[in-house]
Design a protein around this ligand. Structure first.
Ligand SMILES: [Zn+2]
Length: 282
């Protein structure tokens, strides 16, 4: 079953012949995202009517077990994705797809494409063939090369997850810091005291100096709030339990919007302004 609604939407677009040829999926969970892409490939390829865990179709079985030569998954070789890996991919995709309608590549940890590999990739992206479908998957969009980003349809695709420190790559100390900051920040956000809508922007800019940290903190808040919404009473952020459910949903939505806009190099002050405005309407 495809967990992500965003990836499910791509299946629909595929059937309507409206699918782009390259996607950048920004996610917090590479594995879940990969599983969803594999399910997508099954859905668009299954000769029978695809159902969850299609058992009676040979093709779905082969896709699941990664033995179809038209599907190529690339992972970093050490710290980088190297040019030789991309050349190999190109070689493999010279032939038309045999078993399924498309040659499909999935490049995991795409921020680790080194510049030689990215350049080789670029020629691929600039002259897209109908038969080739590509997915770049990253947890760190900021580190992606602009040349690749600009040629992909960017999709923000977060999953609900158990382990926040792993997802956001936080040290225990950072987690503690974020928790302390959240305790001070959330009441300000909700009570709208003192100097109104710019308060939350001022506060954030007073505790963080780097854009990346701000985005990380908003990711952390988004995750915490999603946890409370999905699994009430298991959360350690006491303050969230006192916020009415409807309000939590609105904050979650506003945070989602910030995180989504953050993918498009929007100026951080503008992001914070927009967030403040949305919170004002709470
Ligand atoms: Zn099938």
């Amino acid at each position: 079953m495809i967990i992500s609604k965003k990836i499910n939407d791509l299946v629909k677009k595929y059937h309507e012949n409206k699918l782009s040829h390259a996607f950048l999926l920004v996610t917090n969970d590479i594995n879940k995202c990969n599983k969803d892409i594999v399910e997508l490939i099954k859905e668009i390829s299954c000769p029978k009517k695809y159902q969850d865990a299609c058992q009676d179709c040979n093709l779905c079985y082969q896709i699941e077990n990664d033995v179809i030569p038209n599907i190529k998954k690339i992972y970093p070789d050490g710290q980088q994705i190297k040019k030789s890996q991309i050349l190999e991919l190109k070689e493999q995709f010279k032939t038309k797809p045999l078993y399924i309608a498309n040659n499909i590549y999935i490049i995991n940890y795409a921020e680790k494409l080194n510049s030689a590999a990215a350049n080789t990739m670029l020629k691929f992206l600039e002259e897209p063939e109908n038969s080739i479908l590509g997915f770049f998957v990253t947890t760190n969009k900021e580190a992606m090369l602009e040349t690749i980003k600009s040629r992909c349809q960017i999709i923000y695709n977060p999953y609900d997850n158990e382990n926040i420190t792993e997802i956001l790559n936080l040290t225990d100390q950072q987690l503690e810091e974020f928790t302390e900051i959240a305790k001070e920040y959330l009441p300000k956000l909700i009570n709208k005291t003192e100097d109104g809508i710019y308060l939350n922007k001022k506060y954030i800019l007073s505790v963080f100096t780097e854009r990346e940290q701000i985005i990380k903190f908003y990711n952390y808040l988004y995750w915490q709030i999603s946890e409370v919404i999905n699994k009430p009473n298991q959360n350690d952020l006491e303050i969230l339990k006192n916020i009415p459910f409807a309000q939590l949903l609105k904050i979650q939505k506003a945070l989602f919007n910030v995180l989504e806009s953050s993918l498009f190099n929007v100026n951080i002050e503008l992001l914070l302004d927009n967030f403040a405005l949305e919170m004002e309407e709470l």
